[in-house]
Design a protein around this ligand. Structure first.
Ligand code: TYD
Length: 224
């Protein structure tokens, strides 16, 4: 992603605790004087939030995973142009709850949309706005779905939560495969532990990445 800001995404299965950890990290970063923008996908901009409602209601499901993939991509393009890129360009740290890797996993791997088509969509939307850092929250799906169930209360599960355990297991492996393939961008966080321990790992990963970036910037200034 273009400097001077920093773009961090949070990925993983259902009920992995991303939202809680994003809120904690945001306050920690703000305390240190960083300008922080918290956002999410699908959604994050007015246009993308409209698409979110349609996608999560399940209304698009009968039209197929390819149609869903296109709509997630359309929402992402709007979100990048309206929110993410401007924020990074003005020097903010953007914390985004789900992004591109969710499409790769949910629409690509478990949705069965072919790789070439997914790569073309990715190129048309994300090109030039890849995250600087992605934290992959790894959790046994049985635990995650249980947490999502408690969080949801009386509400019915959304389009993706309601799918069977085997599909959620496949997604877990797909997220881990992405992290293994792109170790320079991804850090796996063991999300099955106490929230305070998860928070420590998130803090360490983020501050290490920020430190690395600022060293690079200093070197640039010094002409190294
Ligand atoms: P949300 O309620 O935001 O879920 P969570 O709290 O688990 O992040 O719902 C987002 C759902 O949309 C989630 O099940 C994952 C799915 N999704 C995709 O299928 N593809 C995508 O590209 C994105 C961003 C999300």
């Amino acid at each position: 992603m273009a400097e001077p800001g920093f773009f961090i995404t949070f990925e993983g299965g259902e009920g992995a605790g991303k939202t809680t950890q994003i809120a904690r990290l945001a306050s920690k970063l703000r305390e240190k004087g960083y300008n922080v923008v918290v956002t999410r996908e699908p959604g994050g901009s007015p246009g993308a939030e409209a698409v979110r409602a349609v996608l999560l209601s399940g209304a698009v499901e009968p039209l197929g995973a390819r149609m869903e993939a296109v709509l997630f991509a359309a929402a992402r393009l709007d979100h990048i142009e309206q929110v993410i890129r401007p924020a990074v360009e003005r020097g903010a740290i953007v914390l985004c709850d789900r992004f591109l890797d969710s499409s790769r996993v949910y629409q690509g791997v478990t949705g069965g949309v072919d790789r070439t088509f997914m790569a073309e969509l990715e190129h048309a939307t994300v090109n030039g706005s890849m995250p600087d850092l992605t934290l992959v929250f790894d959790l046994d799906p049985e635990v995650g779905l249980g947490r999502a169930f408690v969080r949801r209360g009386d509400h019915t599960p959304d389009r993706f939560e309601k799918e069977g355990l085997a599909i959620h297991q496949e997604r877990r492996h797909a997220f881990l495969a992405i992290a293994a393939a792109e170790p320079e961008r991804c850090v796996v966080i063991d999300a099955g532990r106490d929230a305070a321990l998860v928070e420590d790992d998130v803090t360490d990963a983020v501050f290490a990445a920020l430190t690395e970036r600022s060293i690079k910037s200093l070197n640039d200034v010094a002409g190294v």
